[in-house]
Write a protein that binds this ligand. Sequence first.
Ligand code: SF4
Length: 356
Amino acid sequence: GSSNFFELPEVLKEISGDHRAGSEAGKSHVAKDRIPARRGQIVRTEEKGLVPENLPKLRKRKFSAFVPVMRGCDNFCSFCNVPYVRGREVSRLPHDILKEVKELSYLGYKEITLLGQNVNSYGKNLEERIDFADLLGLINKIEGITRIRFTTSHPKDLSDKLIEMMRDLDKVCEHLHLPVQSGSNRILSRMNRKYTREGYMELVGKLRQAIPDIALTTDIIAGFPGEEEKDFQDTLDLVKRIRFDGAFTFCYSPLEGTKASEYKERVPDKIGGERLRRLIEVQQEITLERNKSLVGKRFEILVEGVSKKTPYELQGRTRGNKIVVFEGKEDLIGELILAEVLEAGCWALKGETIPC
Ligand code: SF4
């Protein structure tokens, strides 16, 4: 499967009849677990619970990098196929993660985004007693790195300890992507999300109390099997109460092999699409209002590149993950600057640089 991709060089050599050494990462795990199915084909039957290290990485940017901390997922949300296609949760060793972040810092990277399907459960399968909050604390000490982001968080695993660390660690950005998926307890249960709308709202309350200017974004599915109008109204109500900074919204679409794909009570596409449209309308209005409240304020921006819409301008991100477009020279790309917000749109803010 995809979790064995790091064995590819060795497997290719096996097929071509060249038995000399293959990749370092897969070296000791290939020979005894592969089954030659027929000439020219090798079938891997067992997952080793490893995250491959020392693989070459293609990094597009020289100032911001993604660093995986784990792979796979144990949650089995009924609509999702990740646990089947990526396997069970496996965390990287803290030593390997810290080494990678230190190397990035040495190369001049300023921002890192820690990646995992559910970073909040980092460390559960490791012998060393460490959780994601501890890992953030260790990374926060690495000189040169000025911004730490992470995604994705599962609400059921967002601990008080992690919220306190987010509040106290100066490099952890004031933004959290916390997928809610639905505002209806009945639908959350059918999704196997293992939290309630009340529990989710309580978490948001704790986050905002600890970090008042935190930006919150989420994922929401409209038209999940069995969703009735009153369930959808619960979702709209939650969206209006929480007032997310942004939301990735989807119309439910079945994935083969998942539990939800077997649910009989399908919402007709027309109704699902209509609910999605109403949801987007409500969220866009909230996003615009929240963005407008930032006009006149000053933010640190990490300049990411030339604006996608107006090539004579640059764009960057605030610590709260808001895109800011402003006039400036290309040699600012990769730098941290200060900008004041002049105008707000739904997708981006317009600003001007302030001399530091
Ligand atoms: S939606 Fe996220 S938490 Fe749920 S099974 Fe998929 S990857 Fe895991």
